[in-house]
Design a protein around this ligand. Structure first.
Ligand code: GDP
Ligand code: MG
Length: 439
């Protein structure tokens, strides 16, 4: 989206108080940016209306500043627009699950057929069979066969003489006999939507009764992609969309309109030409990407999902009063683990680059389990008053936890720095610049 929108967004995140004028300014920028990004006019209008309604008089989330909350409203609405939850691929009651790939020529069908098979094998341990049913262009069959070789996956093909329905039928028989649990059919495309193409696809559909019909669309074509999606959906009742070439699409217009215009979910996104560059489509991440504020959103997300709210509040109080002890730390350990490495968490905070020099803050998962062991080897008193830990205590703790005195020292130092940082974070929250800003 436009730089101006990003400026406005950045300005508003830091705000401790958001006025009606702020909301107005932001929604105006959001509106312009979306229209610029080729998002359907009506879609934009509805969206802005909802954002305005929600931005005023929303419920307050403890851990976010008002500015961050307004941003969250925009993010949530964009996410909702793109389908809310990320949706999964169907599994047939009786294998094989049949997936039919449709779309215009050049959209990325054949490539995506390979990518999808690769994805199913890698992430779900599936054993897919690829089917070359684009019989009009010999090159298309060769292309899929080459992909199959690269991926070491079987491809069923019959040359250009056979008709697509027969090919698909035979492929399914083969899949049953050879225990392939997925069959992915690459069909023909045209340069434009036309009747012949739709007739053929409809025939394949009627005969195969596929579990999924994925429409592959090129996201770079913007509003055209939306029109294509509309006509394929009205003729074939597609089950989902795969957006390709999202690596080259900075505006996100197609992603935003397709779902609200067709009502069909975007299931995957192609992020490059390579066969591993297909990702499940996450509406929330896309919303963050479109707004260009990934960092702030990841932080909001973590705040929302990982930490149980009451616990978080308790912890915050402790952080404020600087009475956070190793006892609390141990208690938070599971949550800390769920939230990922601490340094990653720290990195996501705006201003974190200023802390890059603090080497002591860097921890990985293995270190976390050492940390846990060290704390567990401390007495209760030591956990609450770490300054009583002298040389002999350090030695005892190191022995008890199977670590070294140097490691114990490092943890004590890290802990002090962490406490300092927490204090800075929470005290700046009271100031006008907003909670997540580090000095
Ligand atoms: P089809 O005619 O629909 O089967 O399209 P192809 O699979 O042959 O793809 C057409 C072109 O788009 C090829 O050069 C692909 O490498 C390229 N392509 C497909 N998906 C992506 C993607 O996600 N990103 C990029 N950058 N290129 C892609
Ligand atoms: Mg093709």
């Amino acid at each position: 989206l436009s730089e101006r929108l990003q400026e406005t967004m950045k300005k508003i995140t830091g705000k401790g108080k958001v006025s009606e004028a702020d909301v107005k300014e932001m929604t105006r920028e959001v509106r312009l940016a979306l229209l610029e990004a080729d998002v359907n006019y009506k879609v934009v209008k509805d969206l802005i209306k909802r954002i305005k309604e929600r931005a005023v008089g929303q419920e307050v989330m403890e851990s976010l500043t008002p500015g961050q909350q307004v941003i969250k409203v925009v993010r949530d609405e964009l996410t909702e627009l793109m389908g809310g939850e990320q949706s999964k691929i169907a599994v047939a009651n009786k294998p094989p699950t049949v997936i039919m790939m449709v779309g215009l020529q050049g959209a990325g069908k054949t490539t995506t057929t390979g990518k999808l098979a690769n994805h199913l094998r890698k992430n779900s341990n599936r054993n897919p069979l690829l089917v070359a049913a684009d019989v009009y262009r010999p090159a298309a069959i060769d292309q899929l066969e080459t992909l199959g070789e690269q991926l070491d996956l079987p491809v069923y093909s019959k040359g250009t003489e056979a008709n697509p329905v027969d090919i698909a039928n035979e492929a399914i028989e083969k899949a049953k006999a050879e225990h392939h649990d997925y069959v992915i059919i690459d069909t023909a495309g045209r340069l434009h939507v036309d009747e012949d193409l739709m007739d053929e696809l409809q025939q394949v559909k009627t005969n195969m009764n596929p579990d999924e019909i994925f429409l592959v669309v090129d996201s770079m074509t913007g509003q055209d992609a939306v029109n294509v999606a509309e006509s394929f959906d009205s003729q074939l009742d597609i089950s989902g969309v795969i957006l390709t070439k999202l690596d080259g699409d900075t505006r996100g217009g197609a992603a935003l309109s397709i779902r609200s215009v067709t009502g069909k979910p975007i299931k995957f996104a192609g992020m490059g030409e390579k066969l591993d560059q297909l990702e499940p489509f996450h509406p929330d991440r896309m919303a963050s990407r479109i707004l260009g504020m990934g960092d702030v959103f990841s932080l909001i997300e973590k705040a929302e999902t990982e930490v149980d709210e009451k616990k978080a509040k308790e912890m915050q109080d402790k952080m404020k009063s600087a009475s956070f002890t190793f006892e609390d730390f141990l208690e938070q350990m599971d949550q800390v683990k769920n939230m990922g490495p601490l340094d990653e968490l720290v990195n996501m905070m705006p201003g974190a680059n200023k802390m890059k020099g603090m080497k002591n803050m860097q921890m990985d998962d293995k270190q976390l389990s050492h940390i846990e062991a060290i704390i567990q080897s401390m007495t209760k008193k030591e956990r609450i008053e770490p300054n009583i830990i002298n040389a002999s205590r350090k030695k005892r703790i190191a022995q008890g936890s199977g670590t070294s005195v140097a490691q114990v020292n490092r943890l004590l130092k890290q802990f002090e720095e962490m406490k300092k940082m927490m204090k800075q974070m929470t005290s700046s929250k009271k100031g006008k610049k907003g909670g997540m800003n580090l000095p």
